[in-house]
Design a protein. Structure first.
Length: 138
């Protein structure tokens, strides 16, 4: 049995409220769907979602971003599980005029003997916002 800690942060009336839930799982995997509203409270809202395993040592990383009025550049950071982030997907731009938007990036030629962790990243004029850490095994 594995434990799972899920932390969700919501921004309301200028405040950021974070709630953590600890649960047990009988199957593998872990998820932290932390949403980060940025240091100013007006930054993008970023979430990292579970990956889609494509087979053939390929995976699609998934997330959502609400730009919250900020033009931004987004990408995914990833690395072998248990090590600092040292790899990045290609980046893309997202207009601040959009609402919550699904984002994804496909990675290929991954090692099937490693598990990886990853997160969604959004850089905007006020700084950088991160989604929570997720884990996958290709």
């Amino acid at each position: 049995m594995k434990s799972l800690f899920t932390k969700t942060c919501l921004r309301t009336a200028g405040l950021i409220l974070c709630i953590g839930i600890l649960s047990s799982l009988s199957t593998g995997g872990c998820m932290d769907n932390t949403k980060n509203a940025g240091s100013s409270g007006k930054g993008p809202i970023v979430a990292t979602l579970p990956a889609t395993i494509l087979g053939g040592n390929s995976v699609t990383l998934n997330g959502t971003i609400n730009p919250n009025g900020n033009d931004l550049t987004w990408w995914f950071q990833y690395a072998d599980q248990g090590t600092p982030y040292n790899l990045s997907s290609n980046s893309a731009s997202l207009s601040g005029n959009l609402g919550e938007t699904s984002v994804s990036a496909t990675l290929t030629n991954l090692s099937n003997i490693h598990s990886y962790h990853y997160r969604t990243v959004a850089q905007y004029s006020g700084g950088v916002a991160y989604g929570g850490d997720q884990v996958f095994h290709p």
